[in-house]
Design a protein around this ligand. Structure first.
Ligand code: URA
Length: 218
């Protein structure tokens, strides 16, 4: 499917068209961007896209005393957010979302791809309590096949999560299609939809291996 076909077929997909987001995504693509800069950009993009992904959070008016008078003013309602990072590349993005909500809880999901079945296998899971009462923001910079994100979100749902959103920087059309077929109810906030997945499940043109570029590994 093309980008336009994806956007006309599935609902609840937001492409963050802000010029700062576009500019920073281009810097990520550049193979000459250093590890330090790449990591900073991923974090900044986590904040910018996280801002859009949390636009509809509920607030409640509370009484506050200014130096001059008492007034009613809104604060966030309900339990603290929960950011769920799909390790390891998700950790960089999670740091950026945490800038918006430093007291958010953070869940970690570790997945690897079974070389035979090609399916994600969970090797680590640590979540805060009461995830059924929290807004859950699952983060992974690259949505390639979508298998890890789909499996992580299925796990969150099994654990009782009711309000889940997903953030990524780059998505392949194939990954979005698989994601929306599995989880049509989960809103997606995406930096850019790229052309395609290649035979090694890399997003093209993409950025290469996001985890390696964030952490300077190979
Ligand atoms: N994961 C990455 O880091 N890059 C891709 O292109 C696909 C998956």
């Amino acid at each position: 499917m093309t980008r336009d076909e994806i956007l006309s077929t599935y609902t609840d997909i937001s492409i963050i068209e802000h010029p700062f987001v576009k500019h920073k995504l281009t810097s990520l693509r550049d193979k000459n961007t250093s590890t330090r800069e790449f990591r900073m950009l991923v974090e900044e993009l986590g904040t910018l896209i996280g801002y859009e992904a949390t636009r509809d959070l509920e607030t409640v008016d509370t009484e506050v005393e200014t130096p001059l008078e008492t007034t009613l003013s809104p604060v966030l309602k309900g339990k603290k957010l929960c950011i769920v990072t799909i390790m390891r590349a998700g950790n960089g993005l999670a740091e950026g979302v945490l800038k918006l909500s430093p007291s958010a809880r953070v869940g970690h999901v570790g997945m690897y791809r079974d070389p035979d079945t090609k399916q994600p296998v969970e090797y680590y899971l640590k979540m805060p309590h009461s995830i059924n009462e929290r807004t859950i923001i699952v983060v992974d910079p690259m949505l390639a096949t979508g298998n890890s994100a789909i499996a992580a979100i299925s796990k969150m749902k099994d654990m009782g999560a009711q309000d889940i959103r997903f953030i990524c920087l780059f998505a392949a059309p194939e990954g979005i299609e698989a994601f929306k077929k599995a989880h049509p109810d989960v809103p997606m906030f995406i930096g850019a939809i790229d052309r395609e997945l290649d035979d090694h499940a890399y997003i093209r043109p993409g950025v290469g291996d996001a985890g390696d570029r964030i952490y300077g590994t190979r």
